[in-house]
Write a protein of this length. Sequence first.
Length: 509
Amino acid sequence: MRRAKRERAKRDARTTSTRTWPMASAAIIIVAALLRFLYLTRKPLHHDEGVNGFFLTRLVREGVYRYDPSNYHGPTLYYLALPLVKLFGLNTWAIRATTALFGVFMVWLALRLKNRVGEIGALAAAALIAVSPGAVFYARYFIHETLFVFFTLGAVVAFLRFAETKLNAYLYLAAASSAMLFATKETAFITAGVLLIALILALIFPRLLGSKSENGLATEALKGKRRELLWPSITALAIFIALAILFYSSFFTNPRGVTDALESFKIWSRTGRTDHVKPFWTYLIWLAQEEAPSLALGIAGSTFILWRRRDPLAWFTLFWACGIFLAYSLIPYKTPWLTLNIIIPLALLSGFALEEIRRLRAPLAIAILIVSSLISLYQSVALNFYHYDDERYPYVYVHTQRDIFRLVDEIERQASRLGTGKRTSIAVLSPDYWPLPWYLRDYERVGYYGRTTLTADQMLIISPAQERELPTSFKSNYERAGEYVLRPGVELILYVARHHQSARRSTIP
């Protein structure tokens, strides 16, 4: 009788799981999409978004993109943005929708780990990524980081599926994801190094502790197939090389881009020691401020892994999280968007923690997941929809103030008053002006001088210091239309011609 009851209970649990898993997964995906797509244009573009938007504009309008290793990241962002730009036009929503879409795909990838992490564990990891303030904030940014982390997780998930199924298609997907990772950003060598070390340690560490593993990683993939893996491995390597060459050469229109890609590692190793220098514990402080639920549960997950000493995937995730945190913390260069590289393995560790708690008491695990998700959801909504340009929040880093919209609106109003519309000539004399080239992309006659000079343009955009430098006789030809905050500590002043003046030719920023 008791045995029959136990079997019936197990059957009912499986039925409930079968019903609730797709509904819970769909709910998480919907929340992730809403957070990433709603009011996508409300936040003004960051300086870096403006630069990326400029490159994309040239690619769309002139069909030209050439990788530059000295200042900028890889080419995938621009080419992957093209489909949505073709569908919806060259506008802020379309370019940010690209990264927002990959942000949702990232959540979907976490759900694919159900067989490895457990149902509650996978739901927890996906939910925490879905509502993470940082993951949402940078998915609403037209920068490389969301794509970069998506391809990182994609390579891991594809390799795990290869280990489970022995299907070569997953090995090729892992190779493709790795190639896209390297074609997205030069810091790929850091991620690749950390993942490789984490894999090696995950294979040997449990054995050193005398622990029997429940699930293998590379050992599963290799078991009984070592000889058969030769040609699939060669094919995977060919896919990696071909994709990297394809993107860095701008689809074979710029062969030099391939050698420039190798040069970028040398350049980044220099800037990594000199730019945006911050203390070792900076990322930990930022995580504690904005990702406290994931940080706390990640620490709990690490404790469970050290205590139980079982699953190599759990060990791999622990070494991945610790390794990527140490790697980026040891490098003096620190910016908030790099935190996204730490958030993802932290969410997976949180999944392991809640899966272990579920084994002890399922209602407690569900309650912790709900409370943690609600805390992060509240922080995410506050940051992304209300305080997106408030520098008291760590993810808001030298961000453009919403005042820029007043400036753009005034330029449009004055252009209409002058009767010249998009043919109005505008001289941007201020040395600080990004992301203005994006917002003024449809104006045909804009010159970006970056210094004080006398022009005959119909509008001038200058800094307060330049306002004092310009001769009074020159300024008398213009009317001061307003003063605007570009970002904290940087102001722009708009001058408009009192009389209609001839337009000047535009210059490239």
